[in-house]
Write a protein that binds this ligand. Structure first.
Ligand code: 5GP
Ligand code: ZN
Length: 136
């Protein structure tokens, strides 16, 4: 399979691996958005969040706090962002992965939600709530 992360798992291409267990692998993101920027992936090739089975989800999310604690201990960042991109506009590697991004003062990383609260009335919230509940 032509998947760059599967090739990292198999060792066909090199990576700076930091954690590995039976089901997961963590390695340094090549871009180092901030110092310590790490990717955590399942060893099973899964395209993204929509394709995750329960066991794979459990295995991968269980490893997140472990890697987060290591980053905190190693770099004493002021904070940590956890990001997962699915499809557009940001997913560029189609093997599920979780970004762990330690944050530092003035690190230049822009990751921010937008507050549209004023645009939503009670009826909007009710409709959104109903749509999600119906889809579950
Ligand atoms: P996405 O945009 O899909 O959420 O993130 C993919 C990430 O994979 C990017 O941050 C990119 O830097 C990283 N990446 C892509 N190719 C490689 C590679 O060959 N080695 C490593 N270590 N990271 C990669
Ligand atoms: Zn893969």
């Amino acid at each position: 399979m032509d998947c760059i992360f599967c090739k990292i798992i198999s060792g066909d291409i090199p990576a700076y691996k930091v954690y590995e267990d039976e089901h997961t692998l963590a390695f340094l993101d090549i871009t180092q958005g901030t110092r310590g920027h790490t990717l955590l992936i399942p060893k099973k090739h899964v395209k993204n969040i929509y394709a995750l089975d329960d066991d794979t989800a459990s295995n991968i999310f269980k490893a997140v706090p472990k890697v987060a604690q290591a980053l905190k201990k190693a770099f004493t960042p002021i904070g940590l962002n956890i990001i997962n991109n699915n499809d557009k506009p940001h997913q560029s590697v189609f093997h599920f992965h979780i970004h762990l991004i330690p944050r530092y003062e003035n690190d230049g990383m822009v990751l921010k939600t937008i507050n549209h609260q004023d645009d939503y009335k009670k009826q909007d919230f009710l409709e959104i709530q109903a749509a999600i509940k119906q889809a579950l």
